[in-house]
Each structure stands twice: as structure tokens, then as C-alpha cells.
Design a protein around this ligand. Structure first.
Ligand SMILES: [Zn+2]
Length: 118
């Protein structure tokens, strides 16, 4: 379960943000994750809960915002979001080209913001 290591880096980032902004507690952490990132929100929540037990982050809520997969066609440069989340078969709705598209959005995994008290 690689969510354990994601939770570990998430906690490190949140802790350094807390220090940077003088936060004593954190209520909410908003995470943006692309449709292509392999992270499973439920698994990350579970790992986060276990790993923050007894720390200042205990009880913080994780909010997830899913970023849809968006591609740019390799032939006509049209931008589109394939319904099937599959990089290997994503025909362009404009010209039908199936290969070599560039992924514009959908791979990201980052913290959007942290809500807490000073
Ligand atoms: Zn196209």
C-alpha cells in the first residue's frame, strides 16, 4: 500500500507548513489529485488517521478534489477529456487521432491548502 508513504510525505509537508505559518492545530487539508494518479483517497485517509494518532494532526480531515484527465491531441492540438481514463486508447473527438497525445492535467497530487488555528 503506497498510501502509507504518501501519508508520510503529506504529514511532513503539513508539519513544515504549520511551522512556517505558526499553526498549532490543523482542521482540514485539501488535496488535489489527478484522475491518473494511483492514490486511493480512502486508503490515504486510513493511513493518515493511523499515522497521526497522538500527534498535533490527529483528527484533521482530508478533503479530496479530483482533477479530470485532460489531453491535448497530438495531431490537431484540440484539448479534450476522454471518458475512458485510459492513456493507451483515447481517440481525439475532433480528428480521431489515437496516439501520442500530451497529458495536460491528471497526474498531479498536491496539497491545495491547509486550514488550521494559530
Ligand atoms: Zn485531434
Amino acid at each position: 500500500m503506497h498510501e502509507m508513504s504518501i501519508a508520510g510525505s503529506l504529514i511532513r509537508i503539513v508539519e513544515s507548513e504549520m511551522t512556517a505559518h505558526g499553526l498549532r492545530t490543523v482542521q482540514r487539508v485539501k488535496i488535489r489529485h489527478g484522475a491518473l494518479s494511483t492514490m486511493v483517497p480512502e486508503a490515504l485517509e486510513f493511513a493518515f488517521e493511523i499515522m497521526t494518532k497522538g500527534t498535533l494532526l490527529e483528527g484533521a480531515v482530508l478533503d479530496f478534489e479530483k482533477v479530470p484527465l485532460t489531453m491535448s491531441c497530438s495531431a490537431c492540438k484540440a484539448t479534450f477529456s476522454p471518458e475512458v481514463q485510459n492513456l493507451h486508447f483515447a481517440p481525439c473527438p475532433t480528428c480521431g487521432e489515437e496516439f501520442g497525445h500530451m497529458v495536460l492535467m491528471g497526474k498531479e497530487l498536491h496539497i491545495e491548502h491547509i486550514e488550521g488555528d494559530t
